[in-house]
Design a protein around this ligand. Structure first.
Ligand code: HMH
Length: 207
């Protein structure tokens, strides 16, 4: 029996919902988020994306050749994203040289440890991380300024297509994976969902 990304989501629907529907995103949509709360998220997410870029580079290093196009496209998008984060921080007079909050630190460590898992698990984890932001920023619908470009960055249709390609690549690997590896992939999606939920919540913690 082979497991697919869609089936994993279906198996954990309530948890996935908590990862992608959160008062932080609703606050952006309604314009009720405070600048301090938004800035807390922004600075922590920059730190996260630095580590996430390293994770994608490690995944590329073990991927089969026919997955390179999609992964290299992802790395190129991250190059742009990191520079964009720096520009957004500069506009807001924010220093990006800040300590990671505990959730960001633990999520980063989790991404580091993913390199010890089979490629099928890594590919599934990569898909889950990107899907969380794609759905999270897309589900509320168009956001008001100054959040429009943030919602568009992860909610745009090109990003949705990229996430679909990541699912196809993960599914291809899960098809030939052992039941143990499939279970590990499913557990990875569960952990990603828990971290994503906690990550939104950081904006409401004292920083
Ligand atoms: C916490 N998850 C988090 N930050 C991101 N930027 C993404 C996913 C998508 O890249």
């Amino acid at each position: 029996m082979s497991l697919t990304c869609q089936e994993i989501l279906k198996n954990h629907q309530p948890l996935w919902q908590e990862a992608t529907v959160h008062p932080f995103l609703e606050g952006c949509k309604q314009g009720t988020i405070t600048p301090e709360q938004f800035n807390t998220w922004l600075v922590q997410d920059y730190q996260f994306v630095v580590e996430f870029t390293r994770m994608l580079a490690r995944i590329l290093s073990v991927a089969p050749r026919h997955h390179f196009d999609v992964l290299l496209g992802g790395l190129t998008a991250l190059k742009d994203e990191l520079n964009w984060f720096q520009a957004k921080a500069a506009e807001r007079n924010l220093s990006l040289d800040v300590a990671k909050q505990r959730t960001c630190e633990e999520y980063s460590q989790f991404l580091g440890n993913l390199a010890r898992t089979p490629y099928a698990v890594q590919a599934t984890g990569l898909w889950a991380v990107e899907l969380a932001y794609n759905q999270g920023w897309q589900l509320p619908g168009p956001m008001p300024e100054p959040y429009t470009e943030f919602a568009d960055r992860w909610g745009n249709s090109g990003f949705t297509d990229y996430v679909k390609l990541l699912a196809q690549q993960a599914d291809e690997m899960l098809r030939d994976a052992s039941p143990e590896v499939q279970k590990e992939a499913e557990q990875t999606v569960i952990t990603v969902a828990q971290f994503e939920k906690a990550f939104w919540q950081m904006a409401f913690n004292a920083s």
